[in-house]
Design a protein around this ligand. Structure first.
Ligand SMILES: Nc1nc2c(ncn2[C@@H]2O[C@H](COP(=O)(O)OP(=O)(O)O)[C@@H](O)[C@H]2O)c(=O)[nH]1
Ligand SMILES: [Mg+2]
Length: 208
């Protein structure tokens, strides 16, 4: 174990966590994390450390589960995440909550519109991490797959629904940081490296 501060990268499988990790590493070729691989049933805590990287990266699955993983397994992973954050929240100087922008509408339809009583898992995850005072950035990944029109439309839906759960999501470059209840988000593409500079800058700002 090192004494470097930890960067949390958390999100459901296939949202692009490994791709983003690779973009942050000084030596991406040394990173063996398989891109596109589905996770096992236990929480795999394998901090990624590199000599020239002033922090370590810990990659965790989100609260969501996919159709090929059972609900029970999803609940099991969720419990492990909760236990881990309860124990280690202070090790994290910053957390990236990675969301596949293409999945947002489906998630909101499933959890919010059809069944008003449930909270979308992404919002639950953001709320949970906020309670532990981990500064967060919501990374809306895979924007390269959308037209500008659809991207802006989905982001607006996302912001509006978040508000109903008490989450005040603000675009990173408009975030004041004076208001501790604002949670910044950044539209991103790991494929096209869109906004990579902004992402790296945000991480740097929190390191200090
Ligand atoms: N089009 C597009 N594909 C992406 C992007 N980021 C990741 N992917 C692809 O999405 C799949 C899952 O990515 P990965 O980084 O393994 O996700 P993880 O499971 O969250 O670690 C891979 O096929 C990636 O190439 C992106 O910004 N745009
Ligand atoms: Mg991965």
């Amino acid at each position: 174990m090192s004494d470097k501060p930890s960067l949390l990268i958390i999100g459901n499988s296939n949202v692009g966590k490994s791709s983003i990790t690779r973009l942050l590493l000084p030596n991406p070729r040394q990173f063996k994390g398989k891109i596109g691989k589905s996770p096992g049933s236990t929480l795999l805590l394998k901090p990624i450390e590199q000599h020239n990287l002033p922090y370590r990266i810990i990659d965790l699955p989100g609260f969501g589960y996919t159709s090929h993983s059972s609900r029970r397994r999803g609940e099991h992973i969720k419990k492990q995440i909760v236990r881990h954050i309860e124990k280690h929240s202070r090790d994290y100087f910053f957390g990236l909550v990675v969301i596949n922008i293409l999945r947002i509408e489906d998630e909101l339809n499933k959890y919010f519109i059809k069944e008003k009583k449930t909270i979308p898992l992404s919002f639950e995850l953001i709320q949970f991490l906020s309670e532990f005072k981990i500064p967060l950035l919501i990374v809306l990944n895979k924007i390269d797959k959308l037209t500008i029109f659809d991207k802006d439309r989905i982001i607006q839906i996302f912001i509006n629904h978040a508000k109903e759960f008490g989450l005040n999501l603000v675009q990173l470059n408009k975030c004041s940081y004076k208001d501790q209840f604002e949670i910044p988000f950044l539209e991103f593409s790991a494929l096209k490296k869109s906004n990579l500079k902004e992402l790296k800058q945000a991480i740097q700002n929190h390191l200090k």
